[in-house]
Design a protein around this ligand. Structure first.
Ligand SMILES: *[C@@H]1O[C@H](CO)[C@@H](O)[C@H](O)[C@H]1NC(C)=O
Length: 250
């Protein structure tokens, strides 16, 4: 990934050691960045922002964003089309998408755009690799004129990197986002029963909103930057050596 290095800046998982990853009463706990021992601060849903992107299979898209510091939750779903209540086998004109809920104090739309561009091939027409079809098209969804402006600017910048092909990415005002069926949430993580076990075999509804599950979903897909992959590896190996505790943070 071309901008992996810049992503590392926003991915300081070391400081996440103090992060409590519990979800309680519709509030989550986040770290306070500049204090070593902290009592987690409650963050209300209202202080989070939401972004939606389509960049190929939503199994992968969810994993790409789940690993970023500042991303609190990810959800696979359908957006960009007009069909009401799309389903996986009949998604109509929608694209597979990911909704990213983030803490704007830790990450912003501009950085999410960088991750978006560096995590797929926006020049492939209606597909990513072997996944071909309009449901895999590339879209930046925006909310308001400022996001639309940032998206357009970043697309222009990306286009100037090469004139040998044209970016297919569309920029669209977000209308509806339909969460996908439970079996498509944290799909990569669910392929690794050991990781699910390590976080305590959370029930589906908790798994879907868990920050730790979002991060491990990226880890399971090996889509975290290398340094982060290694760090999580080390943590998991430690647990395996020492015996059974539940993994509470990474
Ligand atoms: C769009 O932005 C407005 C104002 O910032 C916010 O209140 C609203 O929740 C946002 N909508 C989505 C879908 O993120």
């Amino acid at each position: 990934m071309a901008s992996a290095d810049s992503n590392l800046l926003i991915l300081n998982f070391l400081t996440l050691a103090s992060l409590s990853l519990f979800y309680a009463d519709k509030a989550f706990c986040i770290r306070i960045p500049d204090r070593a021992s902290t009592t987690p601060r409650e963050l209300s849903d209202q202080s989070l922002k939401t972004a939606v992107f389509a960049l190929g299979s939503f199994w992968r898209s969810e994993a790409v964003f789940g690993c970023l510091n500042g991303v609190v939750r990810t959800t696979s779903g359908y957006a960009g089309g007009s069909k009401i209540n799309p389903e996986y086998r009949s998604l109509g004109d929608h694209a597979e998408s990911v909704m990213v809920e983030y803490d704007p104090k830790e990450i912003n739309f501009r950085l999410l755009l960088e991750v978006f561009w560096s995590s797929h091939d926006p020049r492939q027409v209606f597909g990513q690799g072997p996944d071909v079809g309009p449901q895999y098209r590339s879209i930046i969804f925006t909310n308001g004129t400022e996001e639309a402006r940032l998206a357009a600017m970043s697309k222009e910048r990306e286009q100037t990197k090469s004139r040998s092909s044209i970016l297919t990415t569309q920029i669209q005002q977000l209308e509806s986002f339909y969460p996908a069926e439970p079996e498509h949430q944290k799909f990569e993580l669910k392929r690794h029963p050991m990781l699910l076990q390590l976080i305590g075999n959370l029930p589906e509804d908790e798994l879907e909103v868990s920050n730790l599950a979002a991060k491990l979903n990226g880890y399971a897909a090996e889509l975290c930057p290398q340094r982060i992959q290694k760090q999580i590896d080390a943590k998991i190996n430690g647990i395996i050596r020492r015996g059974w505790p539940v993994l509470r943070d990474v």
